[in-house]
Design a protein around this ligand. Sequence first.
Ligand SMILES: C[S@@+](CC[C@H](N)C(=O)[O-])C[C@H]1O[C@@H](n2cnc3c(N)ncnc32)[C@H](O)[C@@H]1O
Length: 204
Amino acid sequence: MNSMALAQRVNEIRGRYAGWCPQDKGEHVFETVTAHCPRVSVELGVYGGQFLALIASAMQEVTDDISEYAIHGIDPWSTDALLSRGGVYSGDCEYWSTLDLESVYRQTLQAMREFSNVHLHRMDSVSGLVKFPFPTIDLLHIDGNHSEWHSTQDVLNWVPRVRQGGWIYLDDSDWPSLQTARRFLLEDADLCAEGKTWLAARKK
Ligand SMILES: C[S@@+](CC[C@H](N)C(=O)[O-])C[C@H]1O[C@@H](n2cnc3c(N)ncnc32)[C@H](O)[C@@H]1O
């Protein structure tokens, strides 16, 4: 796929599913997936499924049998979880606290039916740990609660579940509250790409 076709495809997917994946990050993950076809992908913080749809669509470009490539999305879709420990969405507290997450969940469930290999788990990232006890994750996206506490916890809990050489995306890596998480992540992974609001790294 040439760069113009890639940009168009990613832009079209971003337009179809709710979320906040910037164009450059979407293009990066699309290319990573088409080049390496990760067998197990996990996203912490799904919202409307935009990032999951980018992974799933990229897979459809390169394989007819997507059943071998599992994509897991973990999100409690709960206001309490979103705002827990000062959840830093507090900068925009009114927007987040009045959001109808029940309806976002239902819409996401419906939208993801399009992809038979996407599995949604309605739980927080700590509860989700029991499903992945070994370092078997090929691609991880950390985009749940953005407080310093939760984002650091997500890095410390989940990066050990990523196999050596696996890809880890950290969203909003420029936020002050994400700096501890970022520092710990880059002790265990090598930075391979960075946008204004995200980074990608490969597990050492
Ligand atoms: C910024 S949105 C995710 C956007 C999505 N990844 C995308 O690229 O479009 C953050 C999501 O994190 C979820 N979240 C909040 N606390 C969480 C937790 N403890 N574990 C997992 N997800 C959490 C929220 O429900 C919300 O849907």
